[in-house]
Design a protein around this ligand. Sequence first.
Ligand SMILES: [Zn+2]
Ligand SMILES: [Zn+2]
Length: 279
Amino acid sequence: MSLRDYWETFLGLLFPQERSCIACRGPLPETDLPGQGWGREPANGRQLWPKGEAGANGRDGLPLTLEEGQWLPEKELCARCQSVLLPIEPPLCLLCGRHLSEPGRCPECERETSFVLSRSFGKYEGVLRDLLHRFKFSREEDLGIVLGACLQAAWDLHMAHFPIDWLVPVPIHPERLKERGYNQAERLALQLSSYSKIPCLPALRRTLYLKGQATRDRRERLKALQGTYVCDPDFSDRICGACILLVDDIYTTGSTAEACAHALRQAGAGQVYVLTVAR
Ligand SMILES: [Zn+2]
Ligand SMILES: [Zn+2]
């Protein structure tokens, strides 16, 4: 044991660390015993997850086995954060998954797209927005577990019944990868792969490093993005004729999803679906 370890143990005895919520960092009440984190019903009576429903292909309902306390016990969400991490309420846009007041397609989805369906777990706001932001820009890798669980819930709700052959993460440019340390979409896709037992294929490459995307409108973004994603020729025989689920953290205007789906279709993909944590 090094001097530093001794010092940290000593400090730990003097100031025992409070267990805190992984999202808001607030203290967890003593009644929130480890392992009881996400298995419970939220205070407002609505179920956070489709509990116990067997998914397609014989998979069991919940992402990870939360009730049995195998959920990393120190990675807990407080009751308030649990109660706001909820799936988007139907009716949803038939194409992009946006919440609508009545069934149908939203105005942005009147166009032709290269993907057949896009679905997301929750709305990009509040706690979910904060978690995604910290996961992407602050290297808080642990948050991938919570966000991955959200993606798994969305998988069970919207995608598990489709005959998906491959999960393909939206790639980031190597320069970005150097800055961030990891590709957040790939982390999420790998987690979903271990849950769904559908293999993950890094079939797309990001070729251009675009700056100032935020200032462009959707049409300009789409035009700029065409050609920035290409399918890696090494994977083309696996992509050809296959049913692909494109995985990303956020669906904003849909231009990234469209550009990636376009590249996959160009490479011969049969159908492309899209799944993101938020939109
Ligand atoms: Zn919290
Ligand atoms: Zn739509």
